[in-house]
Design a protein around this ligand. Structure first.
Ligand SMILES: CC(C)(COP(=O)(O)OP(=O)(O)OC[C@H]1O[C@@H](n2cnc3c(N)ncnc32)[C@H](O)[C@@H]1OP(=O)(O)O)[C@@H](O)C(=O)NCCC(=O)NCCS
Length: 186
């Protein structure tokens, strides 16, 4: 396995264009496996636009960590502290998006970004994390299981009026002073 030295930092609004481009690439690579249709094209033009990233990066309720290899952004995790889990009784911070670019898959980057997200949650005094993943995204579901997330229910993601079943996963965090100490990377 190739070893790459990744660097991590909190993203700022100045990263909006790069993150929007990276997210678009990973989104299409993951979901546009039969080609591009109008629904996917609209999703990219709206949800993945630089303006949307600019706004998320400026929000006090969102922490976004970007991983880089040299001068290139190769992955990121976006943690939202203002959302409500669709499964009743499940609380905590939402890992809204975790994206790793294809050439850097299976190098431990997803695991590291999740641990950054969990540390950020603990730093804000939040003791659990939840997220949603499309039920057809077997790679993501295997990944989340391997990093300790449990299936707690289902929800729907709607694109242009069409519903897609998503699993809801959650994990309770065990805090450690050492983790919080190490989190001081920004
Ligand atoms: C899901 C994702 C973030 C995983 O990132 P990654 O950097 O490749 O994951 P890691 O290298 O940290 O893998 C950690 C463990 O997860 C599991 N895992 C990761 N990818 C897997 C796959 N394709 N199949 C089975 N298990 C997998 C393995 O147990 C792996 O450990 P191992 O490599 O020692 O066997 C990445 O595939 C991705 O960005 N996918 C596209 C976007 C996406 O689907 N995001 C999640 C949306 S909800």
């Amino acid at each position: 396995m190739t070893t790459v030295d990744f660097a991590y930092r909190r993203a700022s609004p100045a990263d909006a264009l790069v993150l929007s481009t990276l997210a678009t690439q990973v989104f299409l690579d993951t979901y546009a496996t039969n080609g591009i249709n109008p629904d996917l094209a609209k999703e990219v033009a709206t949800v993945y636009s630089p303006e949307v990233f600019q706004s998320r990066l400026g929000a006090a309720s969102i922490d976004l960590v970007v991983a880089s290899a040299g001068e290139y952004a190769v992955g990121f995790v976006d943690v939202d502290f203002a959302t409500t889990c669709p499964v009743e009784g499940v609380r905590g911070a939402e890992v809204f998006r975790l994206y790793v670019q294809r050439p850097f898959l299976r190098m431990g980057l997803g695991r590291l970004l999740m641990s950054k997200a969990e540390t950020l949650a603990l730093c804000r005094g939040v003791g659990s994390v939840w997220l949603t993943a499309w039920s057809g995204n077997h790679r993501a579901l295997s990944f989340y299981k391997s990093v300790g997330y449990q299936d707690v229910g289902d929800t729907e993601y709607v694109i242009e009026g069409k519903s897609y079943e998503n699993r809801v996963l959650s994990r309770r965090l065990a805090s450690s002073g050492a983790d919080l100490e190490r989190s001081n990377w920004s």
